[in-house]
Design a protein around this ligand. Structure first.
Ligand code: GLN
Length: 444
């Protein structure tokens, strides 16, 4: 429509703004809204993008949905933002999330939970729940999220949209507020696979400002899309399906049937260590978080509480500034890194991570991709999951991709009996987003 000049990017921007104003309290997808539109050339033609509030966008607040950063303004652009600007993007707002991306429901946000557009008594998923709910409810055309253990894919699944976590190193993390640096990746949340390719084409690539970004060529992902899956080998891990409710298992069985019809061959694979993923992740992610979050001390950034001495100021700032889940993780992380426990917990978890990676290496020597459910349930009610460990189980199927550094995508795959969207997760070998997107596109 834009190309035919029937509609301009400014029309879309204004329409979105009006829509956001009318419905913002309803869904609570945005923490801040950006009202200035700039006319732009470039592939995106001025298209407005929503950005998770842990990604720096110069001149806007970047709060990470935390009290401790509630008044912090970004003084530079993340690399992904710079790339999007160069491609002609506008930005419509910063989206709500779990505090510091720690959670699976957006209930840990200092700014209140995001509501699921399909049923507002339910959660959007998290931590990129604001981005997923905005795209699902027509409050954004496309959005960026971040994924440390499932935070793009799980909310995409709960909200019925597409969410892609790229290979670790494919997209620069410069300007993403670090949660667990060895697991974090930025990725797109979109209405369809085509748009995911479009955004990945723009944001992927080597960045000298992120030493973990990888210097290999970025293909044009749009060109890899096709509906012909002849010769493609898809792996299934049957034990995963034994542990989920029937409606999840049958959604995956339907997907397997669809893939057979599309010409793919289906093969069983074994991933003997992925059952330990959750335990492994919560040691490693908390260890890294405890170190990354040490910088929020009331001196360098954001909120500062008063205190008689420097130490008292630190203690008061962190006690008042962080929410309960963030504090829990800082304490757990500090514990597993402390002398006497470091070898028993942290080093053992690193070894286990290596075994999980080897399981995937072995699987990808036999198949091109693996399919799994994205989540073990449909979206739960706001307030329903009260125990942290139960919340952690939401990421049963997503966490292993982060531990292994491989890419994974969630695409909509039917509805539960509650009429809530379900997601199909597809995983591929590192830097094979081309095959991953092709397999996702054919299913769509
Ligand atoms: N839900 C997971 C956690 O709470 C993953 C979060 C994420 O990917 N940022 O840590």
């Amino acid at each position: 429509l834009i190309q035919k000049k029937e509609i301009t990017a400014k029309d879309i921007f204004d329409e979105l703004l009006a829509h956001i104003k009318a419905r913002s309290a309803d869904i609570n997808a945005y923490i801040s809204v950006i009202e200035n539109f700039t006319q732009k050339d470039g592939g995106l033609n001025g298209m407005p993008i929503a950005v998770k509030d842990n990604i720096m966008l110069k001149g806007t607040k970047t709060t990470c949905a935390s009290k401790i950063l509630s008044n912090f303004e970004s003084i530079y652009d993340a690399t992904v933002i710079g790339k999007l600007k160069q491609s002609g993007a506008n930005f419509i707002g910063k989206t709500n999330m779990d505090e510091f991306a720690m959670g699976s429901s957006c209930e840990t946000s200092f700014f209140g939970p995001v509501k699921n557009p399909w049923d507002k008594t339910r959660v959007s998923g998290g931590s990129s729940g604001g981005s997923a709910a905005a795209v699902a409810s027509g409050l954004a055309i496309a959005a960026l999220g971040s994924d440390t253990g499932g935070s793009i894919r799980q909310p995409a699944s709960f909200c019925g949209v597409v969410g892609l976590k790229p290979t670790y190193g494919r997209v620069s993390r410069y300007g993403l507020v670090a949660f667990a640096s060895s697991l974090d990746q930025i990725g797109p949340i979109t209405r369809d696979v085509n748009d995911a390719c479009l955004l990945l084409n723009i944001i992927a690539g080597f960045d000298p400002k992120d030493s973990t970004s990888v210097n290999i060529e970025v293909p044009n992902y749009l060109e890899s899309l096709s509906e012909d899956l002849k010769g493609v080998k898809i792996g299934i891990y049957e034990s995963a399906l034994g542990s989920v409710p029937d409606y999840i298992a049958s959604s995956i069985e339907n997907a397997i049937d669809t893939y057979k019809k599309l010409g793919a061959s289906i093969q069983k694979i074994d991933l003997p260590h992925i059952k330990y993923s959750i335990s492994d992740y919560y040691i490693l992610a908390c260890a890294e978080a405890s170190s990354n979050l040490a910088r929020f001390d009331g001196v360098k950034y954001g909120f500062r509480a008063s205190g008689e001495s420097l130490e008292e100021m630190y203690v008061n700032t962190r006690s008042e500034g962080f929410g309960a889940e963030v504090k829990r993780r800082i304490m757990l992380g500090t514990y597993v890194l402390s002398s006497g426990y470091y070898d028993a917990y942290y080093v053992r978890s690193l070894r286990l991570r290596n075994l999980i990676k080897k399981d995937f290496d072995n699987a990808f020597s036999q198949v091109d991709a693996i399919i799994l459910p994205t989540t073990p349930s449909d979206a739960f009610k706001i307030g329903e999951v009260t125990k942290p460990l139960d919340m952690y189980l939401s990421d049963t199927f997503t966490i292993s991709a982060n531990l292994a550094g491989i890419p994974a995508i969630s695409v909509p795959c039917g509805f539960s009996k509650n009429n809530l969207p379900l997601g199909l997760q597809i995983l591929s070998n590192a830097f094979r987003e081309d095959i991953l997107l092709k397999i996702a596109y054919a299913f769509e």
